[in-house]
Design a binder for this molecule. Structure first.
Ligand code: ASP
Length: 313
């Protein structure tokens, strides 16, 4: 077996520094689960049942993500999500495990648990991503029930928006991104959303895009995002955060680096929100947002709490 020492001897020092992840030597805290926004508390509770029984982080993040998906009062995830401007609820989701396997669905209609369809894409198809009617056909073939996701509340809100004739998409910041480190030290992540309310039909955000809305590298850490997906896609946001952690940045500093890149390259950054959340291989977490108000839920063996994300503005 080639050890880290052998590897270091065989390559010049500068090259080694660029190749090997530089994770701090702080004692590892595990298991741990983090997820976006205050409703992440409920998602973490479900995930923790699996993590505290020494279950796999991959199962934990899926179980956590299913909680807001099933909640009709959460208007940007799953059932009850606000529709696009044509009145259709379309979901985006992706999931990634500890060995880099991933699955994703985008523009998926009529299925509540988009995250579980994403998992099936990963496990039961030769592909990473299925979209639109193809994703729906696949989900039905896998036994997922077809349902109406447009609740009366969401239909009314859509009607009001149409009457006001705004015709502009709106951020609701309800995407759930969830990252977990299990008791054997493996990392996984999941992300699921109905995306921006009143979006163009067919619009896909960052959330189902591996490297944008979610990225996990089990050697380093994981990251996920919420907010204006277009801004996140433009900088491959979650991948950017993980690569910063690979170079030795703390989770919070890594999230800040990605937010500052958006601010540098997108001159209208004051007009929208983006937040990144990260968890590293040591179980350390951090977040950074453009605007005030972002919170994430953190659960460890010491309990659960809501943490305020630091922000640029
Ligand atoms: N990131 C999501 C999207 O752009 C929306 C959100 O998190 O509010 O689809």
């Amino acid at each position: 077996m080639i050890t880290r020492r052998d590897l270091l001897k065989s390559i010049p020092i500068a090259a080694a520094a660029a190749t090997l992840p530089r994770i701090s030597r702080a004692a590892t805290q595990k298991p741990v689960v983090v997820s976006t926004w205050n409703f992440g508390m409920d998602a973490n509770r479900e995930a923790w049942k699996i993590l505290s029984a020494n279950g796999r982080s991959f199962d934990a993040v899926e179980a956590g993500a299913r909680v807001p998906e099933a909640d009709p009062n959460n208007h940007s995830v799953g059932m009850g999500g606000y529709p696009d401007r044509d009145g259709k609820v379309t979901l985006d989701a992706c999931i990634m495990d500890e060995i880099g396997n991933c699955g994703s669905v985008a523009d998926l209609e009529h299925i509540v648990h988009a995250i579980s369809v994403a998992r099936k894409v990963m496990e039961k198809s030769p592909h990473v991503m299925l979209v639109g009617p193809g994703a729906l056909d696949f989900a039905i073939a896998q036994g997922f029930p077809k349902e109406n996701l447009l609740t009366e509340d969401s239909r009314k809100a859509w009607g009001k928006w149409k009457a006001d004739n705004h015709y502009t998409p709106k951020e609701y910041h309800d995407t759930i991104g969830i990252l977990a480190l299990d008791s054997v030290g493996n990392l996984s992540g999941a992300c699921t959303t109905s995306g921006l309310a009143w979006k163009y039909h067919g619009r896909v955000g960052d959330s189902p895009i591996i490297g944008a809305g979610l990225f996990v590298d089990n050697e380093v850490g994981g990251a996920c995002s919420t907010g204006k997906g277009e801004a996140v896609i433009k900088i491959a946001g979650s991948h950017t955060v993980v690569e910063a952690m690979r170079r030795g940045a703390s989770p919070q500093d890594a999230c800040e680096e990605a937010v500052r890149r958006i601010a540098k390259k997108q001159s209208d950054y004051r007009e929208f929100q983006v937040a990144f959340l990260a968890l590293n291989k040591n179980g350390e977490s951090g977040a950074f947002a453009i605007a005030k108000g972002f919170q994430y839920a953190l659960t460890t063996s010491a309990g659960s709490k809501l943490v305020d994300g630091v922000s640029l503005l």
